[in-house]
Design a protein around this ligand. Sequence first.
Ligand SMILES: [Cu+2]
Length: 380
Amino acid sequence: MILGKSTARFLAPVWAALLLALAPQAAMAQERAPVAPAPIASNPVPAEGVAPGADEVGVGASGAVDDKVDASSEKVAPGAGAYKPLGPEWIKGQPTPGALDVQSQYSPTGRQAFKLHFGLVIVMVAISLFVLALLIFVMVRFRKGRNPVPSRTTHNTAIEVAWTLIPVLILVAIALPSISLISAQYESAPKDAVTVKVTGYQWYWGYTYPDNGGFEVISNMLPEEEAAKRGEPSHLGVDNRMVVPVGEWIRLQTTAADVIHSFAVPSLWFKLDAVPGRLNERRLFIEEPGIYYGQCSELCGAKHAYMPIAVEAVPRAQFDAWVRSQGGTVGKPEAAAAPAAAPIQQPESSAQQPVGAPADAKASQPASAPATAPAAKPAA
Ligand SMILES: [Cu+2]
């Protein structure tokens, strides 16, 4: 006998208690941890923070001289009409075969969330290993052959306090960063944020820019051969991307015209349901220029898998050029700020509105009628 009988009697309830107390915590830690979505993404891309080269994006017929001047100051600033869609070398947010972790993050909340995720994995692993060690110890040390007369100990105040307090402390330590992440994600966008209203349709996306004249861009998945031709991933490439300015706050609103969809881009840590008759809103900040892919993440019917999302973040000058190429307006006219003024600015479209859709949903283009088939606009 290594341990005296009394020691064994004392230890038995200790181990049992620790097991009971910690096993549920391990389970909870697993629930709380953001589950890594399918195999994902390292970053197959150019060096961080490099804005699209002037030769890459600033190929407008008009702005050759301006491009060179501006390129020295803010890397890229093509002249008007110089927008050109980013090429495949700018793809940053996409799944990668064989990858294990969540995708690399390109937004402040994304990086915050990634840290929390990593911390939770450590907590989970530590608790799981501790519980496993206790289990093995108890099974060996207190097996029937070695411990024929079981202990009848029922209470131990010190142990009971410990097995209550320690899990509580662990939960508090997890809850604090978790709550701060939630609040960071749902803070309101600043007043001067660029508003993009995302509308889910069966089965494509519409992107409306109420701050820029209210035009709507219809975005459809590229056929597989066309995606391959353009060097884009199959089932993720689209004909018209959601173009937004990089390094600026974006007020992203979602709604839907038919059934519930969900606008989700893993590398931007963004997921927001698009619900008919409701307008959801979250802010978004993209730190680097690039292309970020996502997919509808709410089962929305037969072609749910065929409505990918492609967000293209470009420097302000390019964004303005893109807006102009879409027939939109750049800069913020006074009227645009006041919702009441919207109908004066642009004639009411005869397009049917999804029930409950907000007033600014009136896109000035006929292609926006939700009932019509996805009328892809000619590429910019
Ligand atoms: Cu959908």
